[in-house]
Design a protein around this ligand. Structure first.
Ligand SMILES: *[C@@H]1O[C@H](CO)[C@@H](O)[C@H](O)[C@H]1NC(C)=O
Ligand SMILES: *[C@@H]1O[C@H](CO)[C@@H](O)[C@H](O)[C@H]1NC(C)=O
Ligand SMILES: *[C@@H]1O[C@H](CO)[C@@H](O)[C@H](O)[C@H]1NC(C)=O
Ligand SMILES: *[C@@H]1O[C@H](CO)[C@@H](O)[C@H](O)[C@H]1NC(C)=O
Length: 285
């Protein structure tokens, strides 16, 4: 049990606390102080319904710009991120495929299919339900650009019905490197799931991404859609995405239920799956 200190002892504690103040002095705070953006500016209704609220527009633009900074591969002439360079141009050579492009996973240089699939699925779903926001903010061309950069890579990572590359580059090698995009260490192995080493979760997750994005590109609206899809429709692209979705869904459901890190332990180090039920459910929608 805690024993209440006697009164003189308490005073000496207090004195000690006061005296120790300067020893734990913190860094001086900036002057003028950093202040979060004026929140009430975000609550102002977009005037007339055709002019978006500038604060939300710029937030949406920032979000898409973030993905542009994460790009891997040969960057297009339209690249807006001046400090990024072409990188990882040999990805896939170990399996005689072109696996360049796509997005780096975080502040490092591995490319991970499982979290990428979830990202693309969520963004496509959001842009189907709340697409008008992208249109009004004049961000729909960037949305299209962002999605295609990910989806085009995901299609490369799914070269045959029952093969899906789930990671490029080894996490340990990569985590040991703190540097720019011009001296990324190799080798960068390509890890796959396939008929003999399946992964229900990763296959279903990618199927869900392709399906949700196919819906968006096909203008297939949910019955309870809030504002309708962003206007980037292209039925050729939608059909291509749907093909990949269907093949991956068949791959996911035909093999016995497995978690992909059982087939590819290296991928499980960063993004192990807790089960495949959720991906399967969302892919089936
Ligand atoms: C916050 O922004 C709104 C819209 O620009 C403006 O009307 C309001 O006066 C601002 N409030 C403060 C405290 O700056
Ligand atoms: C891109 O290349 C430039 C010029 O070599 C370099 O200064 C910059 O740091 C590179 N960017 C990254 C992210 O490494
Ligand atoms: C199937 O995937 C496993 C696990 O990634 C891999 O070891 C094996 O080589 C692959 N099979 C083929 C035919 O590539
Ligand atoms: C539609 O998408 C396909 C496949 O990416 C592309 O080749 C074509 O140029 C696009 N069409 C339009 C009108 O953008």
């Amino acid at each position: 049990m805690y024993k209440i200190p006697s009164r003189p002892l308490m005073w000496s504690y207090l004195l000690l606390l006061l005296l120790s103040g300067p020893a734990v002095a913190q860094l001086p705070l900036p002057q003028p102080p950093f202040m979060p953006q004026n929140a009430s500016a975000g609550a102002i209704t977009s005037p007339g319904g055709s002019v978006p609220n500038p604060q939300w527009s710029s937030l949406l633009g920032n979000l898409l710009y973030f993905y542009e900074a994460q790009r891997s591969g040969k960057l297009p002439a339209t690249n807006r991120v001046a400090w990024r360079n072409d990188s990882a141009l040999s990805d896939g050579q170990d399996v005689h495929l072109d696996l360049t492009g796509g997005y780096y996973d975080a502040g490092d240089y591995i490319k991970c299919t499982f979290p990428l699939s979830f990202t693309l699925m969520s963004i496509c779903w959001g842009a189907t339900d709340f697409g008008k926001g992208y249109d009004l903010a004049n961000q729909t061309p960037y949305l299209d650009d962002m999605l295609r950069w990910g989806l085009n890579w995901l299609m490369k990572a799914h070269p045959t019905d029952n093969t899906l590359f789930v990671q490029v580059a080894d996490g340990d090698t990569d985590n040991a490197y703190w540097g720019g995009d011009q001296t990324i260490p190799g080798p960068r192995p390509s890890y796959q799931i396939n008929g003999t080493s399946p992964g229900t979760d990763a296959a279903a997750g990618a199927a869900a991404a392709f399906a949700a994005c196919s819906n968006l590109y096909q203008n297939r609206v949910f019955s309870n859609s809030y504002s309708g899809p962003a206007t980037l429709q292209n039925s050729t692209y939608a059909s291509l995405l749907l093909q990949h979705a269907q093949q991956l869904y068949t791959f996911a459901t035909s093999a016995p239920g497995t978690e992909y890190q059982d087939s590819v332990p290296q991928a499980g180090e960063a993004y192990a799956s807790s089960g495949y039920g959720d991906e399967l459910a969302i892919a089936a929608l």
